[in-house]
Write a protein that binds this ligand. Structure first.
Ligand code: ASP
Length: 332
């Protein structure tokens, strides 16, 4: 039976062209280019394409843009077998993480891809990424939000961008890849069992969140100002979750918790996880009531917090949900 895939173009390098006057890359009419790609006229996979109102460089992505794309998936959910989202690589891991939370009970593939070189340029990685992403979306072997890039299929909310130059731009440091592409596509993951559950689309989010990256010498006043600025705070600490033991810093956090802030501790290291209470330097976090983020990425941590705070749950419930593995974003 023929499969139907919806290709959603949001912008990014994949669809950019050089503006000769300014000598910079700007988004252009992607539709024209797709029409000129015979590879997309496949008798087994029918591809329709739509575009967001204003295709952008993904550095300009805002949660309102996520909602625009999520709504396109929601409206077309029953009419298509899978979805491919073309997106800039810079914030792709944030959008993929956010979508994993926003699309509950997803039972079809939503594959993000893009490229390091525009599709029209010689030596571009775009065509291969695009065509394989479409094949994966139509394969019936994936029913979650993923990123496909340079021969690897990654779990969306475990992925980070690690390279600005190589074609291998992504990694999922604490989670195995879902499929490897060579002559054949070798799927390594087991289809998530979500059959019979209706898709629930969550469009509310909160932007009352912030990330503090600790560094030796960070000023207590800076930390105070950041903590005061937001309801949800992600602290990127050192190594296995360690931070300064300075009493002013610790009492700042304790006060934050008493004032109703929700604070989660994650690691600046890509690989490995936050280990609670292993060192005196993170024992204080535990005592203060700071949530341990284990091996979650910054991208998944911040979007999970935006999603949970957007649900208008009680603080207690947000903290409970934050510690749970909701969509495979954190190891249990
Ligand atoms: N700046 C571009 C973007 O994220 C980079 C890319 O697409 O690779 O939109």
């Amino acid at each position: 039976m023929n499969k139907k895939i919806l290709l959603i173009y949001t912008g990014g390098t994949i669809g950019m062209i050089k503006d000769d006057k300014k000598n910079t890359l700007v988004p252009f009419n992607f539709d024209k280019l797709l029409k000129a790609m015979p590879e997309l006229r496949n008798s087994e996979i029918h591809v329709d394409n739509i575009s967001t109102k204003n295709p952008i460089d993904s550095s300009n992505m805002h949660p309102t843009d996520w909602v625009e794309v999520i709504s396109m998936i929601e409206i077309n959910y029953l009419a298509y077998d899978g979805f491919v989202v073309l997106h800039g690589t810079d914030t792709m891991a944030y959008t993929a993480s956010a979508f994993s939370f926003m699309l509950e009970n997803l039972n079809k593939a939503v594959i993000f891809t893009g490229s390091q070189i525009p599709i029209g340029a010689r030596r571009s990685d775009a065509k291969e990424n695009l065509i394989t992403a479409i094949e994966i979306a139509a394969s019936n072997k994936v029913n979650e939000v993923c990123i496909y890039f340079e021969d690897q299929l990654y779990k969306g909310n475990r992925t980070v961008k690690v390279n600005t130059e190589d074609f291998e731009a992504f990694e999922s440091p604490n989670y195995p890849i879902l499929a490897e592409v060579g002559v054949n596509i070798k799927y390594k993951s087991i289809l998530q069992d979500k059959k019979n559950k209706k898709l629930v689309v969550h469009k509310d989010y909160s932007d009352n969140v912030v990330v503090i990256k600790l560094f030796p010498g960070i000023k207590i006043e800076t930390i105070r100002a950041i903590i005061n600025s937001s309801k949800g705070i992600i602290i990127e600490s050192f190594g296995a979750g360690n931070a300064l033991t300075n009493t002013k810093f610790i009492s700042l956090l304790q006060k934050g918790i008493l004032d109703g802030k929700i604070i989660m501790n994650i690691s600046q290291c890509l690989h490995g996880e936050v280990v609670r209470g292993e060192y005196a330097t993170n024992e204080a976090f535990k005592k203060a009531g700071i949530i341990c983020g284990k091996d979650i990425t910054t991208e998944a941590a911040i979007t999970k917090l935006m999603f949970l705070l957007g649900k208008r749950l009680s603080d207690k419930e947000v903290k409970i949900q934050l510690q749970k593995n909701l969509r495979g974003e954190v190891s249990s």
